[in-house]
Structures are given as structure tokens and as C-alpha cells.
Design a protein around this ligand. Structure first.
Ligand code: CAA
Length: 391
């Protein structure tokens, strides 16, 4: 077994949806003070998928540039993390495997545990690469966050996918071995199979998250993890960006550190740049935060980053990564900014129409109008089968 191989994120690419709803538009509709959204929860807009976009099209959009850059020869595993599953049996990653023309000599699987499963996918990928460092694993986290119209959660919707190539001698971030994990059986946020929108106990979910921060940190330190002041930045799961501030403040207090707001902003400010515009992307959210950090921060070479991945229900993990020399040459900053800035603003009526859209369940032919400007689209549903195509 190779003992000293370094493993981590070799490449990272994000994609989001065609449309964007601003919080000004939402506030004008529901009468909220927009400052509650901008300052209170730290959100400015949310990505809204077009009728022919979903977790598969966003995932393929995110992963295609990675395959174009590195080829697919070494990818023997695709792990797709989501809580917006499109099928109870078939892994969404199989559609992506087909759209990207990945080798048939590959395994593809889907993972679920709320927003945490992207991190489970990363850790499982590291295990596979450790067993055979010549292999690479394509990890994809893709989600569409949806709450009922008119609920408190509505302002925290969003959509995005992050694809990561995990391998030996990574070009971006080495993932360290120590990791703190935590599980508690809590009903803070969930979605029964018969609902298309999530149920949430907002306040309970925030305290469950903070409890998980303490739990993961305790396990992380007991396993010989780094001291808090060794980290240059922290990537938190961001259901809304102010949650990252709450979580970091809580961790500092828990560890007996001062909670200087300037210091907190220095530690996490850059990680919120994309999430504030995209909204909650569940499994992808923390990795959208990592993309924003790498794209916006001054040189992070050799610096340690702390990651806190939280998934309601609840499972969480704290782990560390070190930024690799030369990482800046690998970044996709322009493409990431472009994916966010090219979204088309929609009004409340269009947003509501998309929110309420669902397929008939009669097994008939149900084509979907062409709306996406992305490279892949959901063509329709026929005989209960989803049909995807390259646009
Ligand atoms: N100007 C500035 N700030 C304002 C304001 C104004 N005019 N009006 C209100 N605020 C502030 C409030 O003081 C509050 O800040 P604090 O939390 O720091 O006190 C903030 O804006 C939000 O206000 P409310 O608490 O009154 O908002 P709300 O009750 O409408 O809902 C919420 C907030 C509970 C987060 C809700 O958006 C929600 O249910 N979201 C979904 C659940 C969620 O995201 N939970 C997070 C943890 S769970 C998780 O992480 C998993 C996941 O992805 C879902």
C-alpha cells in the first residue's frame, strides 16, 4: 500500500443554471425588507434552472471542462452526490457518464446524506486513489435547492454543480488525513419521497449546524488535527452566506478565541463571493465556497484551509487541505465568473412558473421547451425515461 502518496483535488469546475432571481424581486413580491436578505442572510440572488436544466445537465456542464483538460483515461469511478435525485434507482451520474463519453470500464454511483454527501464522495474518492494512485475519481456534487413558495426558506434557494477530479499529486489542494466526523439523528431539514420541496425547522437547523461544528471540531482535535490558528481560511457549508459567519464565530467562541469581525471576514469572506449570488446548492455549496476562495484570495500557496461540511439530519465533517504550489495556473476563475454573470434575470412570474413545473406521471411523451444556453439539456420524458442530449 503506498504510504506517502499525497491525494486531493487536482481540478475543480463549477456550473450553475441559466436564470437568476434577485432578492430585490423576491422582496418586492413578498413585502420583505430587502436588507433582511442582503445583510440578514447575506444573499443577493439565486440561480433558477430553466425547464430543460436539472442536476444532470449542470453536472455535465461542470465536468466537461475537466474531461477536456485531462482526458478520461484514468477515470475509473464517478461519484455523484446529490439530494435532488431524479430517479430512485439509476444514479444520475450514469447520464453524465454517457453525455461526456466516459469509458465503459468505469463504476458510477450516487451518494445521499443531505448537503454532506459531496464530502463523503471526496473522502471515498481519496480511499480509492490511495488503493491505486494511478486512478482518478470524478466527484460531482449537483443540487437544486427548493422550498415551498412563501416560506422562510424560499429566500435560500439556488442551484449549482461542482465537479472535482480527485487524484494523486493534486494540482490544487492536498487533503489531509485527519478528519473529525459527527452524526446526530435530528429532523432539522428533510424531504420525504413524495415531496418536491424541502421541509425545514429553520431555527432548529441553525442550532443543529452549530452543534455539528462543535462535534466535528472535538473529534478533529482528538485525532491530532491542526490548531485553529494554523488555518488561513475556512470553507463552510453555506445554506446562506451569513451561516458561515455564524458557524465561524461559534467555532472561535467554542475554542476560547476572540471573535473579531474583521478577522472572521478575513477568514471566510472570499468563500462567500459565489454563494451570495448562486444561493444554496446543497452538496455543492462548500465546494462553490472553495472555488470562490481560490479564485479571489491572494496567493494561498502552502496555506491550510479548514473545511466544515454539514448535512442536515445530520452528518458533518471537519477536515483540512493544503494549497499546492502552482495552483493558480490551474484555476478556472474566468469561466466561473462568466457562468454566474451570464445568467438571465427573470421576474417573479417566470420564476413561479418554473417553480411549479412538474412532469405528468402518465408515461406519455413530454418534450421540454429549449431554454438552456448550456451545453447539455433535458429533452423530455418518454415512457417514464428521462432523455438528455448535447445541445
Ligand atoms: N436588516 C438586516 N438584517 C435583518 C433585517 C433587516 N431589515 N431583518 C431581519 N434581519 C436579520 C435577522 O436579525 C436575522 O439575523 P440573525 O440570524 O443573525 O439574527 C436574519 O436577518 C434572518 O432573519 P429571520 O431569522 O427573521 O429570518 P427567517 O425566520 O425568515 O428565516 C432562516 C431565516 C431560518 C435561515 C430561513 O431562511 C430558513 O428556514 N432557511 C432554510 C434553512 C437553512 O438554511 N438552515 C441553515 C442550517 S441547515 C443547513 O445548513 C442545511 C441546508 O443546506 C438547508
Amino acid at each position: 500500500m503506498p504510504g506517502d502518496v499525497t491525494i486531493g483535488i487536482h481540478d475543480l469546475s463549477l456550473a450553475t443554471a441559466r436564470y437568476v432571481l434577485t432578492h430585490e424581486t423576491l422582496a418586492a413580491q413578498n413585502g420583505a425588507n430587502v436588507a433582511k436578505y442582503h445583510r440578514g442572510i447575506g444573499q443577493h440572488s439565486m440561480s433558477v434552472p430553466a425547464a430543460d436544466e436539472d442536476i444532470v445537465t449542470m453536472a455535465a456542464d461542470a465536468a466537461a471542462p475537466i474531461v477536456a483538460r485531462h482526458g478520461a483515461d484514468r477515470i475509473r469511478t464517478v461519484v455523484f452526490a446529490t439530494e435532488t435525485s431524479v430517479d430512485q434507482s439509476k444514479a444520475a451520474g450514469v447520464y453524465v457518464h454517457s453525455l461526456l463519453g466516459l469509458p465503459s470500464a468505469a463504476r458510477v454511483v450516487e451518494l445521499k446524506q443531505a448537503c454532506y454527501s459531496g464530502t463523503a464522495a471526496l473522502q471515498f474518492a481519496i480511499g480509492l486513489v490511495h488503493r491505486d494512485p494511478s486512478q482518478q475519481v470524478l466527484v460531482i456534487a449537483s443540487d437544486v435547492s427548493r422550498y415551498e413558495l412563501g416560506t422562510a426558506g424560499e429566500a435560500t434557494q439556488g442551484a449549482a454543480a461542482v465537479a472535482m477530479l480527485v487524484g494523486a499529486d493534486p494540482a490544487l489542494v492536498r487533503i489531509e488525513k485527519q478528519s473529525g466526523v459527527f452524526t446526530a439523528d435530528i429532523m432539522d431539514f428533510w424531504r420525504p419521497n413524495y415531496l418536491t420541496t424541502a421541509l425545514v425547522d429553520g431555527r432548529e437547523s441553525i442550532s443543529a449546524y452549530l452543534q455539528a461544528v462543535e462535534g466535528t471540531w472535538k473529534d478533529y482535535t482528538e485525532r491530532g488535527g491542526r490548531a485553529l490558528d494554523e488555518f488561513s481560511a475556512f470553507c463552510y457549508h453555506q445554506p446562506f452566506t451569513k451561516m458561515a459567519y455564524k458557524a465561524h464565530r461559534h467555532l472561535l467562541q467554542h475554542c476560547g478565541h476572540a471573535t473579531d469581525e474583521g478577522e472572521i471576514t478575513r477568514a471566510i469572506g472570499h468563500t462567500t463571493a459565489y454563494n451570495a449570488e448562486i444561493g444554496n446548492s446543497y452538496t455543492a455549496s462548500m465546494y462553490v465556497g472553495l472555488a470562490a476562495l481560490l479564485d479571489h484570495a491572494d496567493d494561498l500557496t502552502g496555506r491550510a484551509i479548514g473545511f466544515l461540511s454539514y448535512g442536515s439530519g445530520s452528518v458533518a465533517e471537519f477536515f483540512a487541505g493544503t494549497v499546492v504550489p502552482g495552483y493558480r495556473a490551474q484555476l478556472r476563475s474566468d469561466a466561473h465568473r462568466e457562468a454566474i454573470s451570464r445568467r438571465e434575470k427573470i421576474g417573479y412570474t417566470k420564476y413561479r412558473e418554473l417553480h411549479e413545473r412538474s412532469f405528468p406521471v402518465d408515461g406519455g411523451d413530454h418534450p421540454v421547451p429549449t431554454e438552456t444556453t448550456g451545453p447539455y439539456r433535458l429533452v423530455g420524458l418518454s415512457s417514464h425515461k428521462r432523455i438528455y442530449a448535447t445541445r
